[in-house]
Design a protein around this ligand. Structure first.
Ligand code: FER
Length: 311
């Protein structure tokens, strides 16, 4: 019965053109349930930026994951990771009251941090720095998520990346930077595909569509949205060989259709070479059966995608 059901789902996806390059795999249970022996550190990076609405200076900070044994004598790749709507830079790496239930009240180590620690300890992932900022203004009003995600690239390019590269020992250049995010963080990530190709080679949009044409444009205007992304890449002067996207969501995710329709339209365009192997193509789309729109699934996507970058 289960087999027949799975078969029908697969046929259904093929008929709709909802194909995918890979099925997302679960995280080993002990990666989430136990501390790694070699645990990295979470530190705070303060930086100065500009409020895009007022033009005034504005203090902000990001939380930064430094891998176990971080040393200024080595260099590291950097993954910029953006939260979703209504949360903040604490979301991924430092549980607070708002996320209490996600961490079983244990604020010292989040699930994502544990996964990074274990994956690095076991050699599944090269030691990497993860930077978690916020797209919201650090002032009241915090700005609406739509315009904040659209405008974040200026802060990222002019202020955050330089601050990170002054503070930590990193490899320079777009081949050594990735940008990803979940939900509104995925909306932010599509904006970086369109606006920050000079700064990043790798992109990880998770459970969220591109809002360049309109809010939820991936759902309401999928063909125009896909074309917008293609045109933006071309206008930035980059060819299909110059970037890699790993995009993921889950079948029970409220954004599944939004992202899925956009991806289906992207498959029709020559700029996007869908392939399981990012050496042979430049974009890979993965779907987690039963995956829902929350932190517990998002960490599974990061576990799957991050080791595919920086090769
Ligand atoms: C989507 C893109 C972004 C989506 C939701 C969001 C449901 C963000 C929601 C939020 O942060 O409240 O495609 O689909």
């Amino acid at each position: 019965m289960r087999f027949i059901f799975s078969f029908l789902v697969l046929v259904g996806m093929a008929v709709n053109g909802w194909s995918q390059e890979f099925t997302v795999k679960q995280v080993p249970e002990n990666y989430i349930g136990t501390e790694a022996e070699k645990a990295g550190q979470v530190v705070r990076l303060d930086y100065l930026t500009t409020n895009f609405q007022t033009g005034c200076p504005m203090d902000k900070h990001a939380l930064v994951y430094l891998p176990y044994g971080y040393s200024a004598k080595q260099r590291y790749n950097v993954f910029y990771l953006m939260h979703g709507g209504g949360t903040d830079e604490e979301f991924y790496l430092h549980g607070n009251e708002k996320q209490k239930e996600l961490y079983n009240g244990n604020f010292s180590s989040t699930k994502l941090k544990r996964i990074l620690d274990h994956a690095i300890e076991n050699g599944e992932l090269e030691p990497i720095i993860v930077v978690c900022p916020s797209f919201y203004l650090n002032e009241n009003p915090k700005g609406d998520a739509g315009s904040c995600t659209k405008n974040f690239s200026t802060e990222l390019q002019n202020d955050l990346i330089p601050a990170v590269e002054r503070a930590y020992s990193v490899y320079k250049g777009r081949d050594h930077r990735a940008f990803g995010g979940f939900s509104m963080g995925s909306v932010t990530t599509w904006w970086q595909v369109c606006q920050s190709m000079d700064y990043f080679r790798y992109f990880m949009p998770m459970s969220g569509d591109c809002w360049a044409i309109s809010q939820l444009g991936g759902k309401d205007h999928p063909a125009e949205t896909a074309k917008y992304v293609e045109d933006a890449i071309r206008k930035s002067g980059y060819a299909p060989k110059d970037f890699n996207i790993v995009s993921m969501t889950g079948t029970k995710d409220i954004a599944y259709n939004h992202l899925g329709q956009q991806i289906s339209e992207m498959r029709k365009l020559p700029t996007f070479k869908f392939h399981k192997d990012l050496k042979q193509g430049n974009i890979s789309y993965g779907v987690l059966p039963e995956g829902e729109h929350n932190y517990n699934y998002m960490i599974v996507y990061i576990y799957n995608a991050l080791p595919l970058f920086f090769h």
